[in-house]
Design a protein around this ligand. Structure first.
Ligand code: FAD
Length: 410
């Protein structure tokens, strides 16, 4: 993988240079992938391995999407929020085992960083070009044989112009899909705090907290980072932004970053500490970092730039497939129709594989199709799934869906 450029004049040069390179590729089959999250990178990886000339355009200055690594302002290893790789994942681990790296002859694709897809030029049911805006605000026309949009749900409606929607009216349904805020915050600790050998769900915390103690899973000692004073990272996620906190009675959406950190820390410690057994104490706290996608916290304009797709009841009908009615436009991402009915990296990876297979099919490629491992289905759950299917076809909610306020018929 070669990171081509970050921003400004360098990005403008990159967009032109990668186009030239793409045109010279074997077979002249060029693909522009937008979004360097797991979905876009998977599609790019599979197509590059099959001889396509692929360029990835990513709006941020780093690849990885919501799963990217971030460093705190004190040079401590941080993240958007913790990520778990569940045992039933198969497609994503397969990709990770084959991930392209410098010197790997299969790792031949280019990434233009700071390059944001801003729209498509259509010619009936065909994309003639895409428009990409670099970090200096300059607009560039990108031409390729095939276009894969792997940008997240909350950003997609802005780039699907009237021409795109006229060519594929079904894409209008994506504006009915919903997303929510799940915001990561990391507490850097001076001492280890192995709260559990896995996740902790703070079931009655008003801010819907979960956490994981990370040092136990790291091979590299954390005291090699920053000022050397950190022994553990307690990585937490805040999923409820509208409920008042326990200690200062504000919702997370009303709080400044310092207030968010203080309230979250109080909710965590209140759950795990008891008299005589206090795994978390204030003197352990070295520093903290909150997801930089949270914008203008503590002001009425607070917003979140990395919202996650939520599968409300009925959302399946509004999720698009990887193929569209436009002959050279394909979709990838955790929100398109895959075997996973929850936004996750495995679903995003599958979405990337589906988009790659669609390009292979349309291009008439003789290359082998990208394998997709079927989702594991627990035999024990089959009777429940059959019963649920019967309820669904009778227009009734799921038997466990007793208090879900989102269900449309309630
Ligand atoms: C707090 C949190 C915890 C999570 N925990 C887990 C977990 O434990 N396990 C799990 O499997 N999944 C987890 N997920 C979900 C997982 O992170 C996502 O499902 C996955 O990252 C989706 O991948 P994607 O490629 O579809 O989209 P993204 O990861 O969102 O990547 C999309 C990329 O497109 C870029 N982009 C956006 N707009 C444009 C544009 N106009 N032009 C160019 N580029 C653009 C973005 O900057 C981003 O890099 C979690 C998510 C959150 C928010």
């Amino acid at each position: 993988m070669r990171s081509a450029a970050v921003g400004g004049i360098a990005a403008a040069w990159t967009l032109r240079s990668t186009n030239r390179r793409a045109a010279a590729a074997p077979g002249g089959r060029t693909v522009a992938v937008f979004g360097a999250g797991p979905a876009g990178l998977t599609a790019a990886h599979e197509l590059a391995e099959r001889g396509f000339a692929v360029t990835v355009y990513e709006r941020l200055g780093a690849a990885g999407g919501k799963c990217r690594s971030i460093f705190s302002d004190q040079a401590l290893p941080s993240e958007h929020g913790f990520r778990s790789f569940f045992g039933f994942y198969h497609n994503l681990p397969d990709t990770l085992r084959r991930i392209p790296f410098r010197g790997n002859r299969n790792g031949v694709h280019d990434i233009a960083l700071g390059a944001q897809l801003s729209g498509f030029e259509t010619d009936g049911a065909h994309i003639r070009a895409a428009t990409v805006t670099d970090s200096a605000g300059a607009r560039h026309s990108v031409e390729a044989d095939y276009y894969v949009s792997a940008i997240p749900l909350d950003k997609a409606p802005a780039v699907f112009s009237d021409g795109v929607l006229a060519a594929d009216p079904r894409l209008e349904s994506i504006s009915r899909l919903q997303s929510a805020w799940m915001v990561g915050i990391q507490f850097f600790l001076r001492r280890r705090a192995d709260l559990a050998a896995g996740h902790v769900a703070y079931v009655d915390s008003p801010w819907g907290l979960t956490s994981i103690s990370e040092a136990q899973f790291w091979r590299t000692p954390l005291n090699g980072y920053g000022d050397g004073g950190v022994a553990d990272v307690l990585s937490a996620i805040i999923s409820e932004w509208e409920e008042p906190g326990v200690f200062d009675r504000k919702t997370a959406a009303q709080c400044s970053p310092a207030e968010i950190a203080a309230e979250t820390w109080e909710q965590l410690t209140a759950h795990v500490n008891k008299v005589g057994d206090e795994p978390l104490t204030d003197d352990m706290l070295h520093s903290w970092m909150i997801d930089p996608a949270l914008r203008d916290p503590g002001t009425p304009d607070v917003s979140y730039d990395d919202a996650i797709f939520i599968q409300n009841p009925g959302s399946w009908a509004d999720r698009p497939d990887a193929t569209t009615a436009i002959d050279n436009l394909f979709l990838a991402g955790d929100w398109i129709r895959t075997q996973m009915n929850v936004a996750c990296m495995e679903g995003a990876n599958e979405g990337g594989r589906l988009a790659a297979n669609a390009v292979l099919h349309v291009s008439g490629s003789a290359a082998g199709r990208v394998p997709i491992t079927p989702r594991f289905r627990m035999p024990l759950w089959e009777p429940l799934e059959l019963a649920d299917s019967a309820l669904y076809h009778a227009g009734r909610p799921n038997a466990f869906d007793l208090i879900d306020r989102r269900y449309p018929v309630r």
